[in-house]
Structure formats: C-alpha cells, structure tokens
Design a protein around this ligand. Structure first.
Ligand code: SAH
Ligand code: SF4
Length: 429
C-alpha cells in the first residue's frame, strides 16, 4: 500500500505555521488561527478549522497539508480508574499512553510527582522534619476529602475491568467519583533501544522516534477523550511511557514548547524521566523552558547498575551523578531519583545506605517502585516489608522517599509494562 505523502501540521510551531501560511500568500494572522485550532481547540481535521475560509482550507489540502490526531485503537480501563490507550499513527505504528485520574494526597501513581504536596509543606515549613513525612497509601481517601473544594473535578472512568474497543469518549455521569486532577503518562518513542533488564518496553526494541506532533497528539487525543477542560482541570504530564525521551531530544523538546505555548500546560507540571543520557542532561539544563527532571537510578553502584541497566557501560554512574551535581535546580525544585526495587537484587537496606552516600548533597527525592511484574521479566517483586525498610533508611537519613503505588497493573499500564501487551497477555477475558 502506498503511504500518502503529506505534511502534518500538528507539531509545527507558530513560526513554522507562519512560513506555511506565507508560502501560500495568506495573511500571517492565519498562522495564529491554525495554531489555536491545532493546540487549544484540538481540532482533528482540516475541515474542522471553521475559523479559516473554505478556500484556504482547500488550498492547504491541495498543497499537501493535513491535520490528524492519533487514532484510539484500544482502551483498557483498570479497576483503579487508570486507562491505558493504544494510539495508532498514520503509518500504522502505535504507542501506549496512560491516563491516571487521582486524588490530591501527593500520590501520583506512575507520576513522579508523588510526594510533591508533602514536599511543598516541608519546604515552606522548616520545622517539619523529613521523618514526619507519611506516605499516602490510598488515593481514595484524599479524593473524598477534596470533593467540594475549589478546582473542578475529573470524572472517574467506570470501575469495572473491561476491554473496551468501543472508543466513544468517556461520558460524564453524576454517579462517578470526582477527581481534581490527573496525570498523563506519555510515550516518546515506539519501543526503546535502552536494554533495561526489568522493563517490558525494552523487549520491543526501538521501532522509531515519535515526531513532536505525535508526542503532542497523544496528549490531545487523551484530553479530548476524557473531556478535560484546560481552564478548569489540572493536568500533569510525565514523559515516562515507552521510549527514552533524551534519545529523541529535539522532538521531545519541541513537543514540550507546543504543550506550554499552545495547549496551556505549564512546564512546572511536567516531569521527564531519563535512564541517564549524560550529554543531554547538560543540554536540558540550558533550556529556558523545561519540565522537571527524574533519573532512573535503579542501583546504588556501578557493577549492579551495569547488570540491570547496561547503558551504564556507556555513561557511568560517576558521570551521571557529576552531571546531576552541575544541574541548576530552580527555587524549590528537586531532582527525582526513580528506583525500581527488584526482590533480592537491589532492595537490601545496605544498598539503601550505599545510595545515601551516592546522592549525598543533591537536592533530591526518591520514588521507590516495587517491580511491576510481566512475562519475560526475570525479577521478583519485593515484599512490602522490604520496600518499607528500604524507604525508612532513606527517610531517616533526611532523603524524602516515597513509595509509588502501581497504577493499572491489572491492565499492564504500570511503569515498565508498556509493550503492546495484547501480544503477550490476554486481557479482559
Ligand atoms: N526511559 C525513561 C522513561 C520511561 S521508563 C526511563 O527509563 O527513565 C519510566 C520508569 O519506569 C523508569 O523509572 C523505569 O525505571 C521504570 N520501570 C521500568 N520497568 C519497570 C518495571 N517492570 N516495574 C516498575 N518500574 C519500571
Ligand atoms: Fe527504555 Fe526506560 Fe524501559 Fe529502560 S526503563 S528500557 S530506558 S523505557
């Protein structure tokens, strides 16, 4: 089949749209209308751009320009409200994007902002010691507590586990639980070239980079499907889906700028997670507009990290930590270290002590994630006791540490489980 040749407008900046408009001898203000239609209105085809004349739309189309959001191919809804979307692009490739409605207890599921609410209090009230930090265990409690407070709610998707190939938008219904905010976990590549031993995405290998338009398109498709209103609802983004964002750096950063300027999501509500692509950390530090930075550490020393994350051979822990020591943090900003606990491998309290020495002096918090299991993943999930013991060692040393509650494990939507899992496991049967 011949793939149609066209230029996708979604993903272009205002300047690039201005160039398009000028090449068609139209007034430059048309570029602003296109920008607004693409990113604020989330219009998914040229026909919907009713702010433009029919004649101009026709000329755009004849010149080979098109608009298209990724298609929702499948939707899996978890018992905890998490929704895993399988989104397909024009060439048939697809990625997974996860919607996580949540309470307001500093618990962010797969989002690395777990603990941010507590940390804000900690930072503004020096009398609170880090050992006072409690890990919220259930989002439910906080959601109930927040009902009726300012800020508008999200509607929780149906609680029953289901395989939903009927992709009609989630409809608001009065009996659904209300949420004040939600987090979208976004993919940056189809598959991933980094061969982390505990991650299901690694099993896919790298198929290709996503364009800036495809990265933004995931978010627009989910926002539309969940009927989010940007002025009203609070949305956080975590670039923690499939892929290594810093190995698709330019497209990832172009997407960030479009999301800030066009869609209206502040960069302070975004977190990017990297496996430690050291040269890009310095580039990222120099960006005038950037999300917060999370680093997947996953082991406290060179030998063990090389085993579980072979990329350590290329960029050593020493180089990684040195780059992070040079990273200019903003007022009140903290780095996040992510640490996937692998039973009997990296979850010993002695290894927690080693980690303290490694990250000493960095303004950072640690998000602990008990391994989300999956087929072909040769590690075990540690017991709750071991997770808590590891957390305690860090917390007692003054390092804020949070245990991330897995979201959507039943539908393979949790961290490290994104791998077109229909291939591997039968869901919803
Ligand atoms: N490639 C980037 C971002 C995507 S991975 C990175 O590695 O940082 C997002 C997070 O999921 C990382 O912190 C990673 O360590 C974690 N992760 C991967 N596989 C996991 C698994 N099986 N269980 C729990 N977390 C996992
Ligand atoms: Fe890639 Fe991140 Fe998975 Fe490692 S953990 S394989 S970098 S997606």
């Amino acid at each position: 089949m011949k793939v149609p040749q066209y230029t996708e407008l979604l993903g272009l900046s205002l300047q690039q749209l201005t160039d398009v408009v000028e090449s068609l001898a139209e007034s430059p203000y048309r570029a602003r209308q296109l920008f607004d239609g693409l990113y604020r209105q989330k219009w998914s085809s040229l026909e919907r751009f009713t702010t433009l004349s029919q004649a101009f739309r026709q000329r755009l189309s004849e010149a080979g320009f098109a608009v298209g959001l990724p298609r929702i191919e499948k939707k899996f809804v978890s018992v905890d409200g998490t929704v895993r979307y399988l989104l397909a692009f024009a060439d048939g490739q697809s990625v997974e994007t996860v919607w996580m409605p949540e309470g307001d207890g500093g618990e962010a599921g797969d989002g690395s902002e777990s603990g941010d609410a507590e940390l804000e209090e900690l930072d503004s009230a020096p009398s609170v010691s880090s050992s006072d930090i409690v890990v919220p265990s259930e989002a439910e409690g906080s959601a109930v507590r927040n009902e009726g407070t300012s800020g508008a709610p999200f509607f929780r998707p149906p609680v029953a586990k289901e395989r939903d190939e009927n992709v009609a938008p989630a409809k608001a219904s009065p009996d659904r639980k209300r949420w004040r905010r939600a987090t979208i976990c976004v993919s940056s590549q189809v598959g991933c070239a980094v061969e982390c031993a505990f991650c299901m995405t690694a099993l896919l290998g790298l198929h290709r980079n996503l364009t800036a338009g495809e990265i933004v398109g995931q978010i627009l498709a989910v926002l539309s499907d969940q009927q989010v209103e940007m002025q009203r609802d609070r949305v956080n983004l975590v670039f923690m889906g499939q892929g290594e964002p810093f190995l698709n750096y330019d497209n990832f950063m172009q997407a960030v700028r479009l999301l800030v300027e066009g869609v209206g999501i502040p960069a302070s509500r975004m977190t990017v997670s990297t496996s430690g692509i050291v040269p890009r950390i310095a580039d990222f530090a120099a960006e005038p507009v950037r999300p917060k930075l999370a680093v997947s550490l996953n082991a406290p020393n060179e030998a063990l990290r090389t085993q579980v994350m072979p990329i350590t051979k290329k960029w050593t822990i020493e180089k990684l930590i040195a780059a992070l020591r040079d990273f200019p943090l903003r007022n009140r900003e903290r780095l996040t270290f992510e640490y996937v606990l692998l039973g009997g491998v990296n979850d010993d309290v002695q290894q927690a002590r080693e980690m303290i020495d490694l990250i000493r002096g960095l303004r950072a918090k640690v998000n602990l994630i008990a391994l989300n299991p999956g087929p072909e993943i040769p590690f075990a999930t540690p017991s709750d006791e071991r997770v808590l013991a590891f957390q305690n060692v860090l917390t007692r040393a003054g390092i804020p540490a949070f245990v991330r509650r897995p979201r959507g494990r039943d539908i393979y939507a949790a961290c490290g489980q994104l791998k077109h899992t229909t291939e591997l496991v039968q869901l919803g049967s």
